[in-house]
Design a protein around this ligand. Structure first.
Ligand SMILES: Cc1cc2nc3c(=O)[nH]c(=O)nc-3n(C[C@H](O)[C@H](O)[C@H](O)COP(=O)(O)OP(=O)(O)OC[C@H]3O[C@@H](n4cnc5c(N)ncnc54)[C@H](O)[C@@H]3O)c2cc1C
Length: 305
């Protein structure tokens, strides 16, 4: 039996592994696909403190090398469920069962896609799901942001600081975002709201050159010339498989405060899958550290031999 099983080898899970092994615990990290998580295909990361520029791949590799060199074991298995056997946790995968004194769920989240032609082909070549991460690459250029919630509007304001014109494409005639954010957006001269409209296709030639848009009320079609398409139509956590054991918040995130403790003793949560306001590398790493230290405290208190 390992002390801690961590679900997910993204920035949160591998940061948790680093802190857990350095606290003297044995650790297994279970990863469904490839270590690194969402960041692995991003060409440039420029907002991680003390690292001015690094590719997503190199960032992932560094994290993996650091965690495994310290002694964490990484297995390529998908966690299907967590069960309990007394005060021991059992993580069930397609390959078997992993018993542990504590579990850290760090399974991240996926950005919802628009599902339109060109979206996958131009991903990382003008299509981005993270304005905070990629907005600076579009200084002085025309871009669009798709969505109508708080994230989309906050992203529009963020982009408007750097970009020439920001088209905000929203499928309704009113926003779901908070009034103060809506008012700020409407007051910005370089944000143009395109109401009642959906993106039909993302156009380009190697990189993005524009979008095809249609008005859902009139059916009128048009094209906008832009260099970047930012998509902010929501994140999708996949926590249904853990819902019987730990409480979820609205939107399906795992409910936990800054101490990363879930509703179930001995189960902790870290990174984008936790209910919180900011989802970035630095907050994922921070959660990983907190969850590992809390898991270590829990083990030291609950498994005195
Ligand atoms: C295109 C893009 C660019 C970005 N750029 C930046 C940036 O420049 N700066 C920045 O700070 N942030 C950036 N982000 C956000 C950042 O990548 C995330 O906040 C961060 O990766 C979250 O880390 P995480 O470990 O919580 O989750 P993830 O990175 O999502 O990792 C979760 C891991 O868990 C695995 N997993 C999921 N379910 C299971 C399961 N059941 N069993 C086993 N494994 C499982 C997944 O395969 C994945 O590897 C970007 C995001 C995207 C999509």
């Amino acid at each position: 039996m390992k002390d801690i099983v961590i679900i997910g080898a993204g920035p949160a899970g591998l940061s948790a592994a680093i802190y857990a092994v350095r606290a003297g615990h044995t650790v297994t990290v279970l990863e469904e696909f490839a270590y690194g998580g969402q960041i692995i295909n991003t060409p440039e990361v420029e907002n991680y403190p003390a690292v001015s520029t690094i590719s997503g791949f190199e960032f992932s590799q560094n994290l993996y090398d650091q965690a495994t060199a310290l002694g964490a074991e990484v297995l390529y298995e998908k966690a299907e469920a967590i069960q309990e056997d007394g005060n021991v946790k059992v993580v069930v995968t397609g390959a078997g069962k992993h018993r542990a004194k504590a579990v850290i769920i760090a399974n991240g989240a996926r950005h919802r896609k628009l599902g339109v032609p060109g979206e996958d082909a131009f991903s990382g070549k003008g299509v981005s799901y993270c304005a905070t991460c990629d907005g600076a690459f579009y200084k002085g250029k025309d871009v669009c942001i798709v969505g109508g919630g708080n994230t989309a509007l906050e992203d529009a304001l963020f982009l408007a600081n750097n970009c020439k014109t920001v088209y905000l494409i929203h499928r309704r005639d009113a926003f779901r975002a908070s009034k103060v954010t809506v008012d700020s957006v409407l007051a910005r001269e370089n944000i143009q709201v395109v109401y009642d409209s959906v993106v039909d296709a993302i156009l380009g030639d190697g990189t993005v050159t524009g979008i095809a848009v249609s008005n859902v009320k009139t059916g009128r079609r048009s094209e906008l010339s832009i260099s970047g398409v930012f998509i902010a139509v929501g994140l999708q956590p996949e926590n249904e498989r853990f819902a019987g054991l730990v409480a979820l918040s609205d939107g399906g995130y795992i409910a936990a405060g800054e101490d990363c403790k879930t509703s179930q003793a001995g189960i902790f949560v870290a990174g984008d899958t936790r209910s919180k306001a900011v989802r970035q590398l630095v907050t994922a790493a921070s959660d990983g550290a907190v969850a590992a230290i809390e898991a270590s405290n829990y083990i030291n208190q609950s498994f005195i031999e």
